[in-house]
Write a protein that binds this ligand. Sequence first.
Ligand code: HEM
Length: 451
Amino acid sequence: MSTIQGSTTPRAIQTMQWALNPIGYMETNRRRYGDFFTAPISPLSDDSFVFVNHPEALQYILTHDSTPELSAPGEPNRIVEPLLGSRSLILLSGADHRRHRKLVMPPFHGERLKVYGELICNITKEVAATWQPGVSFVARQSMQTITMRVILQAVFGLAQGERYEQLQVSLTQRLDMVSSPLASLLLFFPFLQKDLGTWSPGHRVQQVSGECDRIIYDEIRERRTQDNSHRTDVLSLLLAARDDQGEGLDDVSLRDELMTLLVAGHETTATALTWALYWIYSRPDIYQRLMEELKSCDASDPLAMTRLPYLNAVCNETLRIYPVAMLTFPRQADQDFELQGHPIAAGTYLMGCIYLIHQHPEVYQHPQEFNPDRFLEKTYSPYEFIPFGNGVRRCVGSALAQMELNLVLATILLTRSLEFVGKQPVRPQRRGLTLGSSPVMLQCSGYGAIG
Ligand code: HEM
């Protein structure tokens, strides 16, 4: 058996490297240590983290993450606590975590999901109508407006009104505060978020957080006084939920759960859409093939647009090459065990490194190349292509996100003509806890096939 190796650089410096240049950090360690390496990237504790970059090893971990050997505790995710609160699904463990997942899942799956199809197309058309011919725009801002409106509808059932507008503005401001690589240090070193006076970054963070909370609590209090029995949004379902003793959720738990879904549910999808637009409009071959495929599709049927093989392949390749979530949440070894010849000590945290698995040369030929055809030529296992994680913490919104990707892109392609006008090449860069891109600039040159 061989012990897992890793850099001996001090923890605070490795945390900085991971925060400022995550791709460099992952690639360098993989080159030096291979499919498993230790990564002390939590400044909050002495916890021992191991990055797992091999599909079979990750399959073992994620199919055993609710057994006496391994678990998926919320405790090591406390980096998100200042933003999402201690009652966020992401911070819950064990039975509490299972119960909350059951509560929030239904609106994001099955029949309920179909309801959002038309809504997503309409919101996309509204936003696309604001693009003026000849005037360039930042793709991310428009994509974020679309995904924010979709998630506000799913989570609150809010489609318009003053509170809806205010929440959009405050939430965007709050997330933008940690969006640049440098500002993300606020997340990794949480003492920087403390209010140390008017000029400290923490002061502004606290101000904007307070504003978001005020709006969410106002909505919760108002909805408690209403009959929500006919409504199917997440807030209504959470308000109706009762535990074994007949107790409902308190306001703080509700706020934390809503904030979690709002944040997890729109930032990620907006990033993936931005990348997809970049690939489509900077690669004429891809654009032409998508337009050919869309010609044969009934544009008034959202369901048909989610079943287009080449569009699906473009979306998958977008999520493969620069996965928005670079890592799964940590899984903890609760006993000593052996993983592909490596001893894992009880207490170790194992993180699936989605980025390095998606770049694994044994799985993907020429992994640095954007090539949607690979998804038409081969079926990858759910541990080789794993943008949404797996196991007991698999992404709650994966089905909604995949549907949004297809529908937003198809609607834009059909209704507007766009050109990529930014600086080449667009590069991946950290955005908060996720992997975003340098700015993608687009310009509208007119209406599309049915615009
Ligand atoms: C392209 C878009 C998205 C990507 C790439 C993504 C990716 C992920 C990943 C990798 C995880 C961790 C899974 C694991 O540890 O095994 C996760 C968890 C989660 N995602 Fe997503 N996600 C996306 C969109 C969404 C949306 C639309 C929602 C909202 C409905 C959402 C809500 C969540 C929540 C609540 C969790 C935590 C689950 C738990 O702790 O049990 N995500 N996501």
